[in-house]
Design a protein around this ligand. Structure first.
Ligand code: ATP
Length: 325
C-alpha cells in the first residue's frame, strides 16, 4: 500500500510584506496505485506542492503522509521520487546514464546485481541496455526523460511525482513518453502525482484529476467525470483551451459566449489573492456577469464530495453509470 496524502498543506514564500502563500490549505490524496493528475495554469502552486512532497520545500502548515505516517526526508532512499521537466536537473552530464541510474539503486546491492538492475531498468523504459555508457548529452530529450524515469524507479519509490515531464519535449515525442508512463504505471502499480499545465496531457494518464487555482484545489474527481462533466468554471475554461476535442466543444458551449467583462479581466496577482472565491474576478458565472452573486466576493466556497467543486454555483454532478458513489 502506498498512499500519499496532503493534509491541509500550506507553503508560504518570503517574509512579511512580500510574503505569498503558494499553496493554501490543500488536502489531496493520491490513492495506492492511482495516477492523480494535477492541472492548473502557471503559478497556481503545482510545483510547490510537488517539491513539498519530496522535502525540497518546507511546509508552513499541515502534514504530508505516506501510508498514514509523516514522510521522513532524512538520508537513505527517498520513498517519494520526483521527475522534473528538465532531466538535466536530475542527470549529471558528466556521468554515463548507467552510472546515474546505478547511483540511485539502493545501497547494499552488489556491483553485479547493480549492473543487472541498470539493464533491467533501461529495458523497462524501452532503452537499449547497450547504451548504458552514453552520456546524457548524446541522447534526445525524450530519451533523457526515459533515463530520468529509470533513475527515479531505481530507488524503488512508493510514489513518483512527475512535474511537467513532457512540457519541454517535441509534441511528437510527448506521446511516446506518456505511453511509457501509462505502461509503467500499469505494470508496476506505482502511485503517481502527475503534474501538467496541459489538461490534454493529464487526461491521457490520470485516473483522477485535481484542478488547482491560486494555491487552492478547486475541483477534484474521477478523471472521466471531471472531463465529461466539469463543474468548476475554471475547469471548463481549461478544457475549452484544449485544442479540438469533444470535451473542449462541450466545455465551450457551456461557457460561451465569453462575456466581455470576463474577457477583459486581469490575471490574478498571487501576492494578493482575491477574497471570497479566488476565481470570482475572472469567472463567467460570478458577480462580473451576475452582480447579485455577492457571495462569490465574500465567502470562499469549499469542496468536500467525491467529485468535489469549490464553486457556489456549480450544478450537482451527474452520477456515473455503473458506479456507486
Ligand atoms: N522559491 C520561491 N520563492 C518565492 N516565490 C516562489 C518560489 N517558488 C515559486 N514561487 C511563487 O509561488 C507561486 C506558485 O509557483 P509554482 O511554481 O509552485 O506554480 P506552478 O503552478 O508550478 O507554475 P509553473 O508551472 O510556472 O512552475 C508563484 O506565484 C511563484 O512565483
Amino acid at each position: 500500500m502506498s498512499e500519499l496524502r496532503f493534509d491541509d498543506v500550506s507553503v508560504r514564500y518570503g517574509s512579511r510584506r512580500r510574503a505569498m502563500t503558494a499553496v493554501d490549505r490543500v488536502s489531496l490524496t493520491v490513492p495506492d496505485g492511482a495516477v492523480v493528475g494535477l492541472v492548473g495554469e502557471s503559478g497556481s502552486g503545482k510545483s510547490t506542492l510537488a517539491r513539498a512532497a519530496v522535502g525540497l520545500t518546507p511546509l508552513s502548515g499541515g502534514r504530508i503522509l505516506l501510508d498514514g505516517e509523516p514522510i521522513r526526508h532524512g538520508s537513505g532512499p527517498r520513498p517519494v521520487q520526483m521527475v522534473f521537466q528538465d532531466p538535466y536537473s536530475s542527470l549529471d552530464p558528466r556521468m554515463t546514464i548507467g552510472e546515474s541510474i546505478a547511483e540511485a539503486v539502493p545501497r547494499g546491492t552488489g556491483s553485479a546485481d547493480r549492473r543487472r538492475e541498470v539493464s533491467r531498468l533501461l529495458e523497462l523504459v524501452e532503452l537499449d541496455p547497450a547504451r548504458a555508457g552514453a552520456h546524457p548529452g548524446q541522447l534526445s530529450g525524450g530519451q533523457r526523460q526515459r533515463v530520468a524515469l529509470a533513475r527515479a524507479l531505481a530507488a524503488r519509490p512508493a510514489v513518483v511525482v512527475a512535474d511537467e515531464i513532457t512540457s519541454a519535449l517535441d509534441v511528437s515525442i510527448q506521446g511516446t513518453v506518456l505511453n511509457l508512463v501509462r505502461r509503467l504505471q500499469r505494470e508496476l502499480g506505482t502511485s503517481m502525482l502527475f503534474i501538467s499545465h496541459n489538461l490534454a496531457v493529464v487526461r491521457y494518464v490520470a485516473s483522477e484529476i485535481a484542478v488547482m487555482y491560486l494555491g487552492r484545489i478547486v475541483e477534484h474527481g474521477p478523471a472521466e467525470q471531471v472531463l465529461a462533466d466539469p463543474q468548476h468554471p475554471y475547469t471548463r475554461d481549461l478544457l475549452a483551451a484544449v485544442p479540438d476535442s469533444a470535451h473542449a466543444r462541450s466545455a465551450r458551449s457551456a461557457a460561451d459566449p465569453t462575456p466581455a467583462a470576463v474577457a477583459a479581466a486581469e490575471p490574478a496577482d498571487p501576492h494578493a489573492p482575491p477574497p471570497g472565491c479566488r476565481y470570482h474576478p475572472r469567472c463567467p458565472v460570478g458577480p462580473l456577469v451576475h452582480p447579485e452573486r455577492e457571495v462569490c466576493r465574500t465567502t470562499e466556497p469549499t469542496a468536500d464530495h467525491r467529485h468535489a467543486t469549490a464553486c457556489h454555483f456549480a450544478p450537482a454532478p451527474e452520477p456515473l453509470a455503473g458506479r456507486t458513489t
